[in-house]
Design a protein around this ligand. Structure first.
Ligand SMILES: *[C@@H]1O[C@H](CO)[C@@H](O)[C@H](O)[C@H]1NC(C)=O
Ligand SMILES: *[C@@H]1O[C@H](CO)[C@@H](O)[C@H](O)[C@H]1NC(C)=O
Ligand SMILES: *[C@@H]1O[C@H](CO)[C@@H](O)[C@H](O)[C@H]1NC(C)=O
Ligand SMILES: *[C@@H]1O[C@H](CO)[C@@H](O)[C@H](O)[C@H]1NC(C)=O
Ligand SMILES: *[C@@H]1O[C@H](CO)[C@@H](O)[C@H](O)[C@H]1NC(C)=O
Ligand SMILES: *[C@@H]1O[C@H](CO)[C@@H](O)[C@H](O)[C@H]1NC(C)=O
Ligand SMILES: *[C@@H]1O[C@H](CO)[C@@H](O)[C@H](O)[C@H]1NC(C)=O
Ligand SMILES: *[C@@H]1O[C@H](CO)[C@@H](O)[C@H](O)[C@H]1NC(C)=O
Length: 798
């Protein structure tokens, strides 16, 4: 009876998506039940052109003339509402509204001009609601008829009590009460009958056993494995620029960047191809959904591109897109919810049903906004496919903040955390923590000729201040006047017409500069100076790559979510229990700890003498332009190549669940009895990545995090090795005197507690964490080596 043709499906989706403010408003009075009633009566929404009302109903309705008339009336009313909403939208056209609407409630109090209209619209809504009740009655009547027709089948449609499907009967009960709550159920053929519930629950979702009398071959949608194709490096990026689309300032900015780096990418691809030789690289189908650029997330960035807003995320996304494209993968890029839905195959409705087709992508790169959108629109499919998602997450997410139950129990909940992903699925801007994957971005690499030119052209008394927003300069007069004694100070602060008052008159302010001009400025300057904000942007790397010295302030006490507004709600603790190089002890921890002197000076700005001495010293220091390998195009390509070919979070991890030990231990104690190594002759875990033979395991000192403990040995903590270590045997081999052994959920485990001589194993694989320490424990830490300038990869990782 229910025949929603593919055309109708698309139309419903359009009506839900294009009229966002409308949809949010009408939510309260049951717009979806209307949509649903109309589809289930066989009506179709059809909008031929975007400008047309989407509510013209082609009537093919079972209830006959009566319901047809009612529906036509509804359509007229809805059309009226849409027009009114349009007027309203024009009146209120402000970002405040966007924000409020994004949170799902209408900020009436902020919109005095709109209230009259709102009341009128509410009146219409009431009328529509009344009509909906009428239609509901008609619908019930027609269902009654229908159930008589299918009576013969009823006995075949009882919820089976199959122990393999324990949730089945509960789900059927839920459907009985709530199947009208989302039109998507009707889309999949649910019509209120028991049979339709069971068919849906067994064939679309997977809570019930397949019904024996259904045509199994037709329903079993065996996901076709995508054919394996060899990826080929690409050297012409013009198609990528097309794929990126246009229209937004942010996209224009990103495309400019990609264009500017084209030659570097092409050269990097050639070098990497040579390095890899003929190694097999599978081509992946990849969806890139940039959530923070969607209207639905408020897109606060695009309007600020030309006004000194933060560009770090756009820089990174532009580079990720370029890297994926140059590596030769199949790319789809979306920057709106609508495109996302159609690429994923989201059925019409409110997003509670699974996708209409197997996911056509091997990998999805997105951000927290996009993750939220996918969760809201993929129903059960989100769980099924989340292992394919990679989340670009500037500041990273520690395991303790990622695991929902644990985060809730122990006060690690944040606005961003607890997604229960593998922590390695979060990809950061800087290598903060080995618990996440380091994604990074690129900076321009110079050849020897260019480097020499820059060194010759340096003005030793020229300083450029880091930061495009005037607020950064506030209260910095003291430092600026000291600096002004020695150097000519240049700023690149955005301004409308006059010099911003925060910027002193002796500063030469260039206004916001296009990237190439900014680079020219850096090439002449001796010093690039930061005043504490922004945190960890790309600019200091660029300055250092152009031969500047970067001077920044030490934060004491260090900034973290506990004491600093900016980090509040971000899923990292970054307190003192973080190793020195990941805590926010300075404006740019990576620059301080991975680059350091002579390129980076980190001093206490509150100590005027220290500050002044640093400036004097810098003026007489010769530095070469420097760029860490991991921030070159080649470094980034190499890293992403390795991730794509080797990281697979869809296979079950945990090769050795606690307790169940393989009879033969894969470890041996190193000759001098300080740590464990992988036995050369063992054949366990052949496919593991990073390769297990790079594993070295230590028992850390009391109160030491694994990140630190590994660094002490010139190694890096590798969380994917934790499962191998999570056993009594590992403690035994290390000759740790365990009196007892227990398995619990704790992000510090496996660990040894000295007081009770007790050994603890990790019960929850998602909680394995390099970060974190406690004075109660000596942690058992898995470490590995790393490539020089490429901390994300071990020696044999390629
Ligand atoms: C909001 O106003 C701007 C300029 O004032 C205009 O370009 C834009 O189209 C308006 N948006 C709507 C939805 O009316
Ligand atoms: C709502 O319905 C009532 C009676 O059916 C009618 O008088 C009123 O004008 C309607 N309101 C609107 C805004 O259409
Ligand atoms: C089951 O469906 C398949 C594919 O649609 C069709 O080829 C086959 O004939 C059907 N079998 C029966 C028994 O209806
Ligand atoms: C890149 O491809 C486009 C068409 O796809 C072509 O017009 C252009 O000339 C190519 N550029 C180079 C450098 O080959
Ligand atoms: C260095 O780069 C410049 C500009 O990109 C180029 O003109 C020059 O040929 C390069 N020199 C060498 C030795 O590669
Ligand atoms: C300088 O000291 C003040 C208070 O004495 C403190 O609030 C500020 O954070 C310090 N600045 C730096 C860069 O340490
Ligand atoms: C233990 O042996 C390793 C090599 O197997 C070596 O690097 C390390 O320095 C040694 N440690 C001590 C304390 O001798
Ligand atoms: C591997 O080597 C260790 C000692 O080096 C030995 O005890 C063990 O039996 C060997 N295992 C196999 C499978 O050869």
């Amino acid at each position: 009876m229910i025949t929603v043709n593919p055309d109708g499906k698309i139309m419903v989706r359009r009506c839900l998506v294009t009229l966002r403010p409308f949809r949010l408003f009408v939510l309260g009075i049951g717009f979806f039940s209307l949509c649903f009633l109309m589809t289930s009566l066989g009506g179709q929404f059809s909008a031929r052109r975007p400008g047309d009302s989407p509510f013209t109903i082609r009537t093919e309705v079972m209830g006959g003339p009566e319901s047809r008339g009612v529906l036509r009336k509804m359509s007229d009313l809805l059309e009226l509402m849409v027009k009114r909403m349009d007027m309203l939208a024009r009146l209120e056209n402000s970002s405040e509204l966007h924000r409020a609407a994004g949170e799902g409630r209408f900020a009436l109090d902020r919109l005095p001009a709109g209230t009259g209209l709102m009341e009128r619209i509410q009146a219409i809504a009431q009328n529509v609601s009344d009509i909906a009740v009428k239609v509901d009655q008609i619908l019930r009547h027609s269902l009654l008829l229908h159930s008589k027709v299918s009576e013969g089948r009823r006995d075949q449609c009882e919820a089976p009590s199959d122990p393999k499907f324990p949730d089945c009967s509960g789900k059927v009960e839920w459907m009985r009460a709530r199947w009208t709550s989302d039109p998507c159920y009707a889309f999949f053929g649910v019509d209120g009958t028991e049979c339709s519930f069971l068919i849906y629950l067994s064939e679309v979702e997977w809570f019930c056993p397949p019904l024996p009398w259904r045509n199994q071959t037709a329903t079993r949608r065996a996901p076709k494995p995508l054919p394996k194709v060899q990826a080929v490096f690409r050297s012409n990026l013009s198609h990528l620029l097309e794929l990126m689309g246009s229209g937004k300032e942010s996209l224009i900015f990103m495309k400019k960047r990609t264009k500017r780096f084209t030659a570097q990418w092409v050269l990097a691809a050639q070098r990497l191809a040579q390095k890899l030789g003929g190694v097999q690289r599978d081509q992946k189908q990849i969806l890139v959904h940039i959530g923070f650029l969607t209207e639905e997330s408020g897109d606060v960035f695009s309007p600020r591109v030309l006004k000194g807003g933060p560009l770090g995320e756009m820089v990174q996304w532009a580079d990720i897109l370029a890297a994926l494209y140059v590596l030769g993968h199949g790319l789809r890029i979306t920057v709106s919810l609508k495109e996302l839905q159609s690429n994923l195959g989201v059925p019409p409705g409110r997003g509670n049903c699974p996708l209409t087709m197997p996911l056509p992508f091997d990998l999805i790169y997105t951000d927290y906004h996009g993750l939220q959108q996918m969760k809201q629109h993929m129903g059960l499919s989100f769980r099924k496919y989340r292992c394919r998602i990679r989340v670009i997450d500037t500041f990273g997410t520690e395991p303790a903040y990622n695991h929902e139950e644990y985060a809730t129990l122990h006060g690690y909940r944040t606005n961003w955390g607890y997604w229960n992903l593998n922590p390695k699925q979060f990809m950061t801007m800087f290598p903060h923590t080995p618990d996440n994957s380091f994604m990074g971005f690129v900076s321009e690499e110079l050849n020897e000729t260019e480097k020499q030119l820059i060194k010759d052209g340096k003005a030793s008394n020229m300083a450029v201040v880091y930061g495009k927003e005037a607020s950064i300069w506030k209260g910095k007069e003291k430092f600026l006047s000291i600096l002004n004694k020695y150097m000519e100070i240049h700023g690149t602060v955005y301004y409308e017409s006059q010099r911003p008052p925060e910027v002193p008159a002796f500063v030469k302010n260039h206004g916001l500069l296009p990237q190439p001009e900014f680079q020219q400025l850096l090439r002449k300057a001796k010093l690039f100076i930061g005043f504490g904000f922004p945190y960890e942007g790309p600019a200091p790397l660029e300055a250092i790559a152009n031969g500047c010295v970067f001077l920044q302030s030490r934060f004491s006490p260090p900034h973290s979510s506990l004491n600093h507004e900016f980090f509040r709600g971000k899923p990292t603790s970054r307190e003192e229990r973080w190793p020195r190089w990941v805590g926010v002890f300075s404006q740019h921890p990576y620059a301080e700890n991975f680059i350091g002197k002579p390129h980076v000076w980190t001093v206490d700005y509150n100590n005027s003498e220290e500050f002044e001495a640093a400036i004097q010293a810098i003026m007489t220091t010769q530095v070469d332009p420097y760029l860490p390998y991991e921030y070159t195009c080649e470094g980034m390509l190499e890293r992403i190549h390795a991730y794509i070919q080797h990281q697979d979070f869809c296979v079950d991890p945990a090769p050795a669940p606690p307790g169940a030990r393989a009879p033969q231990s894969p470890f041996i104690l190193a000759p001098n009895a300080t740590h464990l190594e992988w036995a050369r002759n063992t054949s366990l875990a052949p496919g593991a990545w990073p390769p297990v033979h790079s594993l070295r395991a230590w028992l850390a000192a009391t109160g030491r995090a694994c990140t630190d403990a590994c660094l002490d040995h010139g190694l890096i903590c590798e969380p994917s090795f934790f499962p191998f270590l999570n056993s009594q045997d590992a403690f035994q081999k290390l000759q740790v005197p365990c009196d007892g052994i227990e398995s619990e959920m704790n992000h510090l485990y496996p660990a040894f507690a000295q007081p009770g001589q007790e050994c603890f194993l990790q019960k929850e694989p998602l909680l394995f964490s390099c970060a974190g320490s406690s004075t109660k424990y000596r942690r058992l830490c898995p470490c590995r080596d790393f490539r020089k300038g490429q901390v994300a990869l071990c020696q044999d990782c390629l």
